[in-house]
Design a protein. Structure first.
Length: 416
């Protein structure tokens, strides 16, 4: 097995040829990879079975679901790659062009970042999504997954590398360390001169470790403490449908709702309906409601602590707080949000506009579930992460967010 320094050197060298690979060759490779994943589904599922068995009793049931693959999910991974094939190639795009008074013709064109390292936890689809987006955008990648998904990701990467080699392409376009060790993760964080961008995907601890310790450029991706604010002018049916989807459709992902804010003018009528929808009517996985003092006087649940409003539960748990105005909801979100995805449910367009203008998050919703913050849902094919920072990229990161640019200047002998 290659050590991490060898992988870094090989990835850097490979990035130079991948950066100039034409669109047709990249699309052909991606199509072949998508087909190979489906063709070798049994191999992937066998590796995944080992990971799931090893993880049982060590991670929560919702995280087990996040880790688990089946035929349909593998086909979904392959379709995500085919969706990337359909997207325009971002490399070599003329971003702007102008001529200076001295006759110099200046172009700004998009170029790959170079080598992208992704450190992530227990989601195998990140392996295929990351590889596909990096290949299409002309970037070599190093995929360092967590120990829970190691066997699954190793199988996926091997299939990708074998496919590239069969096509006469460099398998070092897509790389994976030989173990999920912390030492290898640290080496990627410190790989100045080799790694051009580091993208962490996972829980708050992983993201914080990368942001605080990386010596290479690091794109902060989202811990998701996502809010849904139910305004006094909300349509109750819309609100209940949105909250149920945002909380329960897949609670282990970063765009799931963690906090529900309810206007005091409707709390007496709305909260019993919320409890009925999320708790009483759910025979499987009822939601545990953690209630502020005022909401606990209306419905039954567990009394919330201050920490509950700053926690990404990633589980069937929802913190509930009553507020007296949209402005108080905005203030609460400003104090507690991770600036990922936040929503207002209201039929009042003036209140909605004020909320949208004042909530400083990567995605702000009006009358729609926060679960739409996703590369595929935003038409990016798939995503390499959801950035909650403001420099370079924000929100779901697709192909364009994996490019930089350079200036090309053409003259006729001009000197300064």
């Amino acid at each position: 097995m290659q050590d991490i320094q060898t992988i870094l050197a090989r990835a850097k060298k490979a990035s130079r040829t991948l950066a100039v690979l034409d669109t047709e060759a990249k699309n052909n490779a991606l199509t072949a990879i998508a087909n190979a994943l489906v063709k070798n589904a049994e191999q992937i599922l066998s590796a995944n079975k080992t990971d799931v068995e090893n993880a049982k009793g060590k991670i929560s049931d919702v995280m087990i679901d996040r880790l688990s693959l089946n035929q349909k999910r593998i086909e979904g991974m392959a379709q995500g790659i085919l969706d990337v094939v359909k997207l325009p190639d971002p490399v070599g795009e003329d971003i702007e062009e102008f001529t200076r008074p001295n006759g110099l013709e200046i172009k700004r064109i998009s170029v790959p970042l170079g080598v992208i390292a992704i450190i992530y936890e227990s989601r195998p689809n990140v392996t295929s999504d990351g590889a596909a987006l990096c290949l299409k955008s002309g970037n070599a990648c190093i995929l360092r997954c967590g120990k829970e998904a190691f066997n699954t990701s190793k199988s996926i990467v091997q299939i990708i590398r074998d496919t590239l080699e069969c096509l006469g392409l460099n398998p070092d376009y897509v790389n994976m360390p030989s173990s999920p060790s912390r030492e290898d993760a640290t080496a990627l964080m410190n790989a100045v001169g080799y790694v051009d961008a580091l993208i962490p995907r996972g829980g708050a601890g992983l993201i914080r470790a990368c942001v605080e310790n990386a010596k290479v450029p690091c794109i902060e991706t989202g811990t998701g403490i996502c809010h849904v604010y139910v305004d006094r002018y909300a349509d109750f049916d819309k609100a209940l449908n949105i909250i149920e989807n945002a909380k329960t459709s897949r609670p282990s992902v970063c765009n799931a709702e963690e906090v529900c804010l309810v206007h005091s003018a409707i709390a007496q009528n709305f909260l019993p309906l919320l409890k009925q929808r999320l708790v009483d009517n759910r025979t499987e996985n009822p939601v545990q409601l953690r209630l502020c003092e005022r909401s606990a006087q209306i419905i039954d649940g567990i009394r919330a602590t201050e920490a509950d409003f700053d926690t990404e539960f990633l589980d069937y748990i929802l913190a509930v707080k009553i507020v007296d105005s949209a402005d108080e909801a905005i203030e609460h979100i400003a104090d507690h949000s991770t600036h990922h995805s936040d929503c207002i449910v209201t039929e009042n367009s003036i209140v909605a506009k004020r909320f949208i203008k004042n909530v400083d998050s990567a995605a702000v919703y009006h009358n729609a579930s926060t679960r739409f913050t996703d590369g595929g849902e935003f038409g990016k094919g798939c995503e390499i992460g959801i950035s909650t920072q403001k420099l370079h990229a924000r929100g779901p990161m697709g192909l364009k967010e994996l490019t930089s640019y350079k200036y090309v200047i053409s003259g006729d002998g001009q000197i300064r």
